[in-house]
Ligand binder design. Structure first.
Ligand code: NAD
Length: 342
């Protein structure tokens, strides 16, 4: 049994407390939040859990094996570093950190101490995204050509991050999970409509080494909620709509074929293939439930986290490059990678 302490019981923290409490392999023993009102709420909901306004007391608690951090992004680095230094395994919310240097430092600390460092890239634990990975790995889609997504709603304006760091992080983590390679170039534009607040609408384009391309549209100022992604491959294409109650993924046996000699481009003809649509059955287990179980197995059985610090770092690197591009009105920024592991 892994004893978890949760820091931050605002909007997302209660989901972590509920899932770590309901998972057999984990139990929540303490929650820290600066707000007495939030602590009052947890005392009413979970009288058995110890509460404190001081996260240092939670880190000093010898019963706590692992710490889950669900505070605003600006505090992730300090809290995670101190938790690791206190010998605790760490589960930290997305986006992992504010800078890639911070992410690298946390990875180094966790590896040196042989502790699990896990980033909550929630979507990769959903039935839909796990199924898409299966389809990609089985070659059902063929070579991946594009990822094109719209993630918009009348969103909660965040104080410390813009819409890219709040919403695009989900698509970047899904792409990191599905695409075999990393993007090599990023360009992004973003604007804000509230003085002194960060960008509320942004468009991000990513180019890969082969001709794969991704486009993400994120917006906190949309009148309706849309969570729709098109993924195109050389064999099949799919539509992933996270708001669909059951048929979240629809696979289309559609595509093009080329005929004629590749030497003579005028002789080449494009043929169109339109076959059946298929909606695979998906596992509907709550993503955070599976993630809590996976985190516990990483601690007790030495499994490697599917969203470890390195995955968190890859996403932060892209977000940093995207922010640089936004500052320079969409100038493409090259990404240098040190390999999948680091
Ligand atoms: N995985 C997801 O899908 C998902 C969804 C929403 C939010 N999040 C992430 O969760 C994190 C928190 O977001 P939120 O929307 O819950 O924020 P929030 O502002 O609603 O809640 C944060 C809570 O942390 C507390 N807090 C802040 N600093 C603290 C400290 N040093 N010690 C103790 N308590 C402290 C605050 O009092 C507040 O109750 C962010 O990183 C956000 O990106 C993830």
């Amino acid at each position: 049994m892994v004893n978890v302490g949760v820091i931050g019981y605002g909007y997302w923290g209660p989901n972590l407390v509920r899932n770590f409490s309901d998972t057999e392999a984990t139990r929540v023993v303490a929650v820290a939040d600066q707000s007495d009102a939030r602590l009052g709420l947890i005392k009413r909901r979970h009288p058995e859990i110890g509460v404190t306004t001081d996260w240092r007391a939670l880190l000093a608690n010898p019963r706590v094996d692992a710490v889950a951090i669900a505070t605003p992004v600006r505090s992730h680095y300090d809290l995670a570093l101190q938790a690791l230094e206190a010998g605790k395994h760490v589960f930290v919310e997305k986006p992992f950190t504010e800078t890639s240097e911070q992410a690298e430092r946390l990875i180094e600390e966790a590896e040196r101490r042989n502790l699990v460092l896990h980033v909550d890239h929630t979507f990769i634990y959903t039935g839909a995204v796990r199924k898409m990975r299966e389809l990609v790995e089985e070659g059902e889609l063929g070579d991946l050509y594009y990822y094109d997504s719209v993630r918009v709603n009348l969103g909660l304006f965040q104080g410390d991050v813009d819409v890219l760091w709040d919403l695009a992080v989900h698509d970047l983590s899904i792409m990191d999970f599905l695409f075999p390679g990393e993007p090599v170039e990023v360009s992004a534009v973003g604007v804000n409509h509230v003085v002194s607040k960060p960008a509320d609408i942004a468009y991000l384009t990513l180019l890969f080494e082969n001709s794969a391309i991704a486009h993400l549209h994120v917006n906190w100022l949309a009148p309706v909620k849309v969570r729709r992604t098109l993924i195109g491959g050389s064999r099949k294409m799919l539509v992933y709509d996270d708001l669909e109650p059951s048929e979240k993924i629809k696979m289309y046996d559609k595509g093009i074929t080329t005929e004629g000699s590749s030497e003579d481009e005028y002789q080449r003809r494009i043929g169109y293939r339109t076959g059946d649509m298929f909606a695979p059955k998906l596992d509907s287990t709550e993503a955070l439930r599976l993630e809590a179980q996976h985190f516990a197995r990483c601690i007790t059985h030495g499994e490697r986290s599917l969203s470890d610090g390195h995955a968190g770092l890859r996403v932060v690197r892209i977000l940093e490059a995207a922010s640089r591009s936004v500052m320079e009105r969409g100038r493409p920024v090259r990404l240098g990678w040190k390999g999948r592991g680091g």
